[in-house]
Design a protein around this ligand. Structure first.
Ligand SMILES: N[C@@H](CC(=O)c1ccccc1NC=O)C(=O)O
Length: 209
């Protein structure tokens, strides 16, 4: 089975958090200038596109990207559709089978439009995070820019997930993905001091036993 790209494409049209750094790529040196190669550079917020939040994003003493466990970002994952719910809480999560799930990818009601910052999104509640933890979940991925309401300053969802050692993956593209069992690879870059990192997130259906 082929790998499916569930990452937002990084280009100048990529949406970013209001007031944050837009994405840009430019050629610093052309092949004509160097005599051998094109060399590019990019500028972006670490919270644009498909990315991982490090605990340091919302916690001054929190782990940075390079401190995170790699194993959590590679392995079996379940995609579930919670598009009929306004919150990712215990009520919504108890509608889906989470037995044996370590990595959970959630389809929400928000259309996956990488070039458009949404007005409002479903968010993870503290009881939702506790429920995920009781099921043994270590990573939650969502198809929206945050696991909290966009106007939240308390970031209750981020903090609750962190208390339960659940990693956070945001801005996935799950529109064309069916519910089910997949393998996931979504590795953050080896960024030592960073509060977040872009990832190339890919999945492929698990082979039937
Ligand atoms: N908490 C959000 C990001 C966030 O809040 C944010 C990202 C970039 C610039 C500003 C932000 N929030 C600010 O007030 C997240 O889930 O990554």
């Amino acid at each position: 089975m082929k790998w499916i790209d569930i990452s937002q494409p990084l280009d100048e049209t990529l949406a970013h958090w209001p007031g944050d750094t837009p994405f840009s790529y430019k050629l610093t040196y052309t092949k004509e200038q160097t005599g051998s190669v094109n060399i590019g550079q990019m500028t972006m917020s670490l919270h644009s596109g498909t990315h991982v939040d490090a605990p340091f994003h919302f916690h001054n003493d929190g782990e940075k990207i390079l401190d995170l466990e790699l194993d959590v970002f590679i392995g079996k994952a379940r995609v579930v559709d919670l598009s009929s719910f306004e919150k990712i809480d215990e009520v919504a999560l108890s509608q889906v089978d989470l037995d044996g799930v370590t990595r959970l990818l959630v389809k929400t009601s928000v259309p996956n439009r990488p070039n458009h910052f949404p007005n409002s999104i479903p968010y993870v509640t503290a009881d939702g995070a506790a429920y995920l933890s009781s099921k043994g979940v270590r990573l939650i991925g969502v198809d929206v820019p945050s696991v909290d309401a966009l106007d939240s300053k308390e970031l209750e969802g981020h903090h609750a997930l962190h208390r339960h050692q659940i990693y956070i993956l945001e801005n996935l593209m799950l529109d064309r993905v069916a519910e089910g069992e997949y393998e996931l690879i979504a590795l953050p870059l080896a960024l030592k001091d960073a509060d977040g990192s872009p990832v190339r997130a890919v999945i492929r259906p698990m082979k039937e036993a």
